[in-house]
Design a protein. Sequence first.
Length: 545
Amino acid sequence: MENSLQPTPTTSAGSTEHYDVIIIGAGVTGLYQLYRLRQMGLKVRVLEEGTGVGGTWYWNRYPGARFDSESYTYGYSFSKELLQEWDWKEHFSGQPETERYLNFVADKFGLRDYIQFNTRVLGATFDEGANCWDIRTADGSHVRAQFLVAAVGILSAHYMPDFKGVETFKGESFHTARWPKKSPDLAGKRVGVIGTGATAVQLITEIAKEVGHLTVFQRTANYCAPLRNGTIDAETQKKIKASYPEIFRRTRETTAAFIHDFDARAFFALTAEERNARFEELWAQPGFAKWLGNFREIMTDPKANEIYAEFVRNKIRERVKDPVVAEKLVPKDHPFGAKRIPLESGYYEAFNRDNVTLVDIKADPIERITAKGVKTRGGEYEFDVIIYATGFDAVTGAVTRLDIRGEGGQSIKDRWAKGPRSFLGIQTAGFPNLFLAVPASFCNVPRCSEMIVEWIGDCIGYMREKGYARIAVTPEAEEKWVKHSAELATHSFLTRTDTPGGSWFVGANIPGKAHVPLLYANSAPNYRKECAEVAGKGYEGFTLK
Ligand SMILES: Cc1cc2nc3c(=O)[nH]c(=O)nc-3n(C[C@H](O)[C@H](O)[C@H](O)COP(=O)(O)OP(=O)(O)OC[C@H]3O[C@@H](n4cnc5c(N)ncnc54)[C@H](O)[C@@H]3O)c2cc1C
């Protein structure tokens, strides 16, 4: 198992540390991977760009940032003690509480000592002779490790559009995914928000109440649905804690590992009244019930989708006083669920306020950012603050921004130029001993990320036990998986690339990005089963040496 170390450029201290495993990222996934591998007695280090743990919940500090997952379905399930010790304060926790939770986990399990913060990984090169990775960081240091786990997140590479003149703006500007720790004072200011995705919907609702004037630049109207959040009282807290086994049993069975699951009844076998009654019932429930608890056919059949889409459109119309503004906020160019459904707590009412203006940038496109604000074709808007709520180079972005070089010096960026290629989403051919702990399936993320982390831990354990030093997916297994994923993707609006107004689910939000399904469109139980079967057959589809 020992690797013969080759000389490499050294750290400033003069030597190159060697680890069993380097993990990139200290978010939900990286933290649990660290815990798991430390439990196995391995020498592990996490390299994290931020100055604290939490990943998504460290970076996204914008006002209003919170879960769309029920808090108690999102927390880690691996420790009964942790489940009993932690009290979620709200049904859908806000960013500050979630960041506190992940810090609590890091402290409880003594993880912090193994994390190197403030450390951006630039790239890694596979040393084929030594079967190990040489990892470079932004400060010019190198470390080596037999295994590299990229727990870099599906929504961590934030995207800044290439507007002309961004640097000329004289006021303050922020990207929501790089929100300062000391939140800027927006009270009374003229603020422009670019974007109306899930983040913007949370942000706009929150800041509309305090800013002087808010101008929202909307490219695509979304189907936003009420979150219906609330605080958790002592009685409910007790019930939640007593029902964790039941909660996690349920999330192991449902399609997307939420507590909600699709209604399998045939949509058109019910009368319009029956369907409508069900829509209303779901609409009154918290969270993603109105999406993931809805009729399955809504995600697959254009006619069923349109009926529900019109129900949602009417819900929006009911809430916006000015019919012209309402029509701008009503999505008409894509099916319900083809983009992520933002959950909201008063978003539409924000547009009833006198201090909020909506600009449709499809009709009046942004031409440039100026010293004073935003210039559209129709005029110039002056701001003290511009907020870019422009999302992420999702799923693949944080991986392809790394200069990872595998066998023969090939880069993952080139290899994935036409879209991601992997087996199980966990390894890509030509990059031995590199595990992608990027939970790229349609899933309540921690539920799938726990599964992937455990799979990787078990795999490394298996290799140690059998004396293998290298694991690489075969090109055949990868090709089969790529085809299988592509076929599954055609079944749902979520991942179909021919759906109008496609979303980050298919790379459509980033100019020049390959327009392909990025999320594995199988159900979470099937995905878990597929991963378990591969492991159960001695890692079939991989070559172990
Ligand atoms: C605003 C928002 C709300 C969300 N709400 C939900 C929700 O309700 N339910 C849900 O299931 N999911 C939600 N998500 C998705 C969320 O990303 C996941 O739930 C989860 O937090 C991902 O954890 P992770 O550890 O896999 O990745 P991340 O949390 O993204 O962590 C990745 C870490 O890797 C680090 N990193 C990346 N590249 C490098 C590098 N080159 N060098 C060093 N460090 C690097 C990053 O700094 C980051 O800390 C939400 C996402 C956002 C942005």
